[in-house]
Design a protein around this ligand. Structure first.
Ligand code: PAN
Ligand code: ZN
Length: 185
């Protein structure tokens, strides 16, 4: 696997049949997604933490019916009262996805374009099916790195713009009673 160190055994990875889409893991820093948090600016004055990094693989040569896959390390941390989370996105057109928890503790937010929300807790060996049409954002509600793998159809486009523009509609806050999902005003 050359220079790419994936901290997970991907046993069916065959160098000539798959290409690394990300040459190195892609790092998402707070500055890259400041608008997603209510309170990012106060943190950015002092620091620009790495919130998560992820790897993506695609079959090569690709074709209809193939699967792309990836892995995400979402670090523990807070921005104000909000837990570290992924940017989140819709898949343009149709295309479902499967997330599998590898380590840590997460809360997966699922959202329709009509604003309907579903949440699922993700720990090691949890498998969540994300139906076509649902945006997905992972939130690290634990104290350790949350690691999960993802599998989705090749050829789909990731729509980040909708979430960047409209937000997710809900925030996940750390409270004395544990994580609390609150609707954004
Ligand atoms: C995942 C995500 C990955 C990073 O592989 O792309 O966890 O999150 P963002 O893409 O929201 O920054 C996936 O959902 N792929 O479709
Ligand atoms: Zn996705």
């Amino acid at each position: 696997m050359k220079n790419l160190k994936v901290p997970l055994a991907i046993e069916n990875y065959i160098d000539n049949l798959h290409k690394r889409v990300t040459e190195a893991p892609l790092g998402r820093y707070l500055k890259d997604m400041a608008g997603a948090y209510q309170d990012a600016e106060s943190v950015l004055v002092e620091d620009n933490p790495l919130v998560y990094r992820f790897w993506t693989f695609e079959p090569f040569p690709g074709g209809e019916g193939e699967l792309a896959f990836g892995m995400t390390d979402l670090y523990p941390g807070l921005v104000g009262q909000e837990y570290f989370m992924t940017a989140g996105h819709f898949h343009r057109g149709s295309g479902g996805e499967i997330y599998v928890g590898v380590a840590g503790e997460g809360l997966l937010l699922l959202l329709t374009r009509d604003g309907e929300l579903e949440t699922r807790t993700v720990v090691k060996d949890t498998l969540v099916y994300i139906p076509s049409g649902w945006a997905h954002r992972m939130v690290n509600i634990g104290d350790e790195t949350l690691r999960f793998t993802a599998f989705w159809p090749t050829g789909i486009e990731h729509d980040y713009a909708s979430i960047r523009r409209d937000g997710f509609g809900y925030r996940v806050l750390k409270t004395e009673d544990g994580p609390k999902v609150v609707k954004c005003k």
